[in-house]
Design a binder for this molecule. Sequence first.
Ligand SMILES: [Zn+2]
Length: 448
Amino acid sequence: MPLKQVRTARRMAAGMHGVQAKEAGDVTARVDAARDDLVALTQDLIRIPTLNPPGDCYRDICDYLAARLKRSGFAVELLRAEGTPGDSDRYPRWNVVARREGRRPGPCVHFNSHTDVVETGKGWTVDPFGGEEKDGRIYGRGACDMKGGLAASIVAAEAFIAACPDYPGAIEISGTADEETGGYGGVSWLAEKGYFDPARVQHVIIPEPLNKDRICLGHRGVWWAEIETHGRIAHGSMPFLGDCAVRHMGAVVQEMEASLFPALATRTTAMPVVPDGARHSTMNINSFHGGQAEPEPGYTGFPSACVPDSARMIVDRRYLIEENAEDVRQDVVDLLERVKAARAGFSYDLRELWQVSPTMTDRDAPVVRSVARAIEAVFDRPASYVVSPGTYDQKHIDRIGRLKDCIAYGPGILDLAHQPDEYVGIDDMMESAKVMALALCDLLKPAE
Ligand SMILES: [Zn+2]
């Protein structure tokens, strides 16, 4: 065993109850031996252009994953989320769930990765679906978010199975659709079908690109709403005969600037959200529209002269674990009522569009402790803990599945996600795969 592996093995043995130095060394050596395989697997996954929208090639990537995991002894199910948003015969929402039973009863560890990627956008200097390897990195759309993480979890599971064939419990690996558009044809649907029932699955790792030495415990909450102000249409040359809905909406924005935004900035959280700016309550004005529909780009005609009788605004409020959705809504209602009291002719509607509760897995939860010990063993320094400013599929596992022992952990730099020339570092994937394999050793302890 090379010196570095001996050290890793000793640290594992010292820090991880029930894990023998031999197993730890064996599992990390097997990951080391799989380097070329990990590179090729990541490249293959990038070369399947699973763009979402529209939700292309889901069946292709599921078939690829199914063939790979069957070879490693997994029982594989292909599942189409029929009738979910976007599902059609042209763009069916396929998911793959693979499960490998151990030799005796025990807990199930599930690795969940989304297979979809966002549009490529402009500014690429490499083929976004070429999977090019250069300077120790693999490039392509989805390299870091999150095909690199998916590949690392597969290699980790295979290394663990080879090193510890007598493990108890079960290992599951899923490749799921539509995370980038809300997860309704993917994890949400699988959770509704019972795939994330705590009776079936006990620990979940989502290999999103949160950096190889950080554990992401959860995310802030989301509350989206549409505010509409009403007016009365009239000729634009005689606005005094009508009532301008956009001016009413302007008063709403003014009140937000005067009271709501400053109040949100003072609310801070104990959640370790990154970046620091997201450690407060925040609100974005997503869109603002009043009056006649705006002309298509390139249209050179004039709109007709009318006083707008309606203005609409969509707000995206991200909230903290110390707040609740009812209070978040009440803040906006109170604000609108203040404007109404001060302004003649003001009337409004408030429509709630979407709400996700904040979630944060306990630092003492089994999956957190196991991954933290594995990070310490691989990097010889303690893990750091973060919370994501935005949501990801953990929301469905938490809310629908009622499964709390869930984290995001995976290789790649979050800032590169959705950018041109997205890449994942090969060393980062290797180290992450070791962490995942060692976490398996810890969570699925072999017979004493
Ligand atoms: Zn992602």
